[in-house]
Design a protein around this ligand. Structure first.
Ligand SMILES: Nc1ncnc2c1ncn2[C@@H]1O[C@H](COP(=O)(O)OP(=O)(O)OP(=O)(O)O)[C@@H](O)[C@H]1O
Length: 255
């Protein structure tokens, strides 16, 4: 469902404390509807924490965080957001289809939903290109295939927003390319909004927009091309390093 603002996620002064650390430090950003936004930054900078806040599973969140015009974590958002964590959550002793049928029955309970469930399951399996493994036990799949089962679970019920935490880690180049093609199909054909994290900078070029993070802050929010032009860099990686150096210089001057 579109809203008139064109904004899927809006954060203002978003702060998250984990243990005794302030992991997100009063950050502002927006994620646009129907676009692929890449969340990039080094390990430990707060990408997963930001995603958990967006899907509403993170404690100690303060500031403004709205998703599809509602407060993040609101019960009515649950069916409208698909979330894939870094650890694939699939049952090894069930087949691919059984895994999806189980999650579909949680999403759409009751015998009246049986036909819709069947359609969702079949479509999700096809989306992630696992039709030939639909009857294989999840425990016998490769790592990449298991992560695609997790992605299929997130695609059930055609959510408007997909939050994907490093979905391409450990995948070979062909599978990575296929997954990115799928993300673009989901955005172009279904109007899905995708927030996807990665610490591989070459994946940045595949996104419509980028949020570059460093140490709990947003360094830049821009389209890859604009970011390269603005920083006079040839690659997003160089742009990122340029912005890190700039931020460090500012910090030192402020001391
Ligand atoms: N349960 C926790 N308690 C306290 N601090 C935590 C907890 N979980 C994570 N952190 C800290 O929060 C910071 C951000 O972690 P987060 O997982 O969001 O980073 P990330 O950018 O997703 O990293 P990666 O790319 O390695 O997954 C890290 O410095 C981490 O040590």
């Amino acid at each position: 469902m579109m809203n008139s603002s064109g904004i899927a996620v809006l954060a203002r002064g978003l702060t998250v404390v984990r243990g005794d650390r302030t992991v997100l430090r009063g950050i502002d950003f927006t994620v646009l509807l129907g676009r692929i936004t890449g969340l990039l930054g080094p390990s430990g900078c707060g990408k997963s924490t930001l995603m958990r806040a967006v899907v509403g599973t993170q404690a100690k969140v303060s500031g403004t965080l709205e998703v599809l015009g509602r407060s993040a974590g609101a019960a009515e958002l649950r069916a409208r957001i698909g979330y894939v964590t870094q650890a694939p959550s699939v049952y090894d002793d069930l087949t691919v289809r059984q895994n999806l049928e189980y999650f579909a029955s949680v999403l759409l309970p009751g015998h009246r939903s049986r036909d819709a469930r069947h359609e969702y399951v079949t479509r999700a399996i096809e989306d992630v290109d696992l039709a030939s493994h639909a009857d294989s036990l999840a425990g016998r799949l490769s790592g990449g295939q298991r992560s695609r089962v997790s992605l299929a679970v997130a695609l059930l019920g055609t959510p408007e927003v997909l939050v994907l935490d490093e979905p391409t880690v450990g995948l070979d180049p062909v599978l990575r390319r296929d997954l990115w093609d799928l993300f673009h199909r989901l955005a172009d054909e279904r109007g899905a909004t995708i927030l996807v994290s990665s610490h591989v900078m070459d994946e940045a070029e595949r996104c419509h927009r980028l949020l570059l993070m460093r140490d709990g802050t947003i360094l830049a929010e821009d389209a890859p091309g604009d970011l390269r032009t603005r920083t006079r860099s040839e690659t997003v990686e160089q742009a990122f390093l340029h912005l890190v150096d700039q931020a460090k210089a500012l910090e030192e001057n402020a001391r």
